[in-house]
Design a protein around this ligand. Structure first.
Ligand code: NAG
Ligand code: NAG
Ligand code: NAG
Ligand code: NAG
Ligand code: NAG
Length: 469
């Protein structure tokens, strides 16, 4: 399937090159296969140069890559220093406005140290989740393997590491000053690690959470689209809260099927090593990297509080000195030996707030009410219910009301530890991330095969509703 997509891309590229004939230098140039059989660097002009249609019956960009249907509105706003949390909140997060921080990772060890040799030597024994380079949310594949094994084969396999950043690797990255204090600090819930030999492309999608995506190696191109245009992109809303994607193929936009895509306004940014882009929760984006250009990224996911307020009291004495990400409190983490890699779960502090909000007008949370809340919050199909064997009565008795008094107070919910909330989330949420693990894993996983040597081209396992890509 992916091979076909690749061939089709080449075909489209050639059509495109013919079409623009004398202007080749400004456009795509794909270098020939090198003698060892691996593809050389693919050179790409981004943003792509819009070419008006010469045929009045065919709109511009028909069957071409996403971006050629309309010229961009300009680049994403950029800063050369990282904003402080209060300003980040006021001018961007609360305004649903993306931004780019150039060279935000300039002082971080990862930028200099993360060669393949170093990563394999130091972190090779840690597990990562992998998927295919060409994202497809209806037909995808995830599996779990050692980072060291991935590094041995990734140059010529269709594999993309998209995983929870393993705990030990956090020491090589910084806590970005923009999320060092204030509400962001308590609401940092997941970190991700991404690695490929280049040639990845996401679908056009949005995620539930705010996301700072930082590049450590290589190049990634981002197209950014305000969610007000989601109706033109035929964006689906999977059953789980907060994320969705367009069913349009970003490599070949069929304007017969999606006539309104020409109306979709977009901005763009190219990230290089050390640069970070902030993608607001719900903001639509599409991301590419290019063949032969090894890319590594780290992302930090956070949520604003559910009442959309920002509490800056913890910023009072903040010095904003460099500190490693290992010092941050992150809700969902992975370390060697963990049975599950919990990816795509919600922020546990938001979960706590949602539970509290759900019985705002009542004094106590009863077992019956808890069941209603959970069923309301996380609608699930049979398949998912089976997978996690949700039992709200048992959860209530075990975690919320262990003494069996029959009710739970607001104070008791506020006092629940994050670990307890995580366990409740694991047992109540539908799986909404590519999580794989042991056969008896209860982490909300689609049990993907542990195929190590898989050239995953040939394999397809249905994975629904992936998150945070
Ligand atoms: C590959 O990545 C580097 C940054 O590491 C960038 O300078 C270069 O332009 C990229 N090359 C291509 C062909 O994308
Ligand atoms: C995903 O894969 C299916 C089946 O191969 C295909 O019909 C669909 O167009 C693909 N979607 C995207 C967005 O590439
Ligand atoms: C996308 O949405 C538009 C408007 O709702 C509709 O006319 C069109 O048929 C949809 N396309 C597909 C492929 O579902
Ligand atoms: C900031 O420092 C002052 C003086 O040491 C202290 O009284 C105050 O509680 C501190 N504020 C926070 C939020 O830690
Ligand atoms: C906290 O917010 C208030 C207004 O909401 C502002 O006056 C104050 O400067 C902020 N403090 C910090 C440290 O940003």
């Amino acid at each position: 399937m992916s091979k076909l997509v690749v061939l089709q891309n080449y075909f489209l590229l050639w059509i495109y090159l013919l079409h623009i004939c004398c202007d080749v230098s400004r456009h795509f140039h794909v270098s020939a296969k090198t003698t060892d059989g691996s593809l050389g660097l693919e050179e790409v002009t981004f943003p792509p140069v819009f070419v008006p249609s010469s045929d009045p019956t065919v709109p511009a960009g028909h069957l071409q890559m996403f971006g050629l249907q309309r010229p961009p509105n300009g680049p994403v706003v950029e800063y050369n220093t990282v904003l402080k949390p209060q300003q980040f909140w006021e001018t961007h997060v609360s305004q649903n406005r993306p931004l780019v921080f150039r060279q935000a990772l300039v002082d971080s060890p990862a930028l200099k140290k993360w060669t393949d040799e170093y990563l394999k030597e130091k972190y090779g024994d840690l597990d990562v989740l992998t998927e295919l380079k060409t994202e497809n949310r209806t037909h995808g594949m995830t599996s779990r393997m050692l980072l060291g094994d991935f590094i041995d084969v990734y140059a010529d396999k269709n594999l993309y590491v998209v995983t929870v950043l393993p705990d030990p690797m956090r020491q090589d990255l910084p806590v970005l000053p923009c999320i060092m204090c204030g509400t962001f600090k308590d609401f940092l819930h997941e970190l991700n690690f991404w690695m490929s030999s280049g040639g990845t492309r996401s679908v056009i999608h949005f995620d539930a959470d705010h996301n700072v995506h930082c590049l450590i190696a290589g190049r990634k191109d981002f197209m950014m689209i305000n969610q007000e245009f989601s109706k033109y992109l035929n964006v689906t809303q999977p059953p789980q809260f907060g994320s969705g994607f367009s069913i349009a193929n970003p490599d070949a936009i069929d304007l017969n099927l999606f006539p309104d895509i020409s109306k979709v306004e977009w901005t763009y940014s190219t990230l290089g090593p050390g640069d970070c882009i902030y993608i607001p929760s719900g903001y639509i984006h599409q991301v590419r990297s290019y063949k032969g250009n090894r890319t590594i990224s780290a992302t930090m996911l956070f949520t604003a509080s559910i009442d959309n307020s920002f509490d800056n009291s913890s910023c009072e004495n903040e010095t904003y000195e460099y500190r490693p990400l290992s010092e941050a409190n992150v809700h969902w983490t992975y370390k060697k030996g963990d049975k599950t890699i919990d990816m795509g779960y919600q922020n546990v502090e938001t979960f706590r707030q949602s539970i509290l909000a759900s019985f705002e007008n009542e004094k106590f949370l009863t077992e019956e009410r808890f069941k209603e809340i959970i069923e309301d919050m996380f609608e699930m199909d049979e398949h998912d219910l089976q997978a996690i064997q949700r039992d709200t009565n048992k959860i209530y008795r075990e975690f919320l009301d262990p003494s069996g008094k029959g009710y739970v107070t607001r104070e008791e919910i506020k006092a629940l530890s994050q670990d307890t909330l995580k366990e409740i989330a694991r047992r109540t949420e539908p799986p909404h991330g590519p999580v794989a693990g042991a056969p008896d894993d209860r982490g909300g996983a689609y049990k993907a095969s542990l195929e190590k040597d898989a050239d995953q081209n040939e394999q397809e396992i249905e994975v629904e509703g992936k998150d945070e890509l």
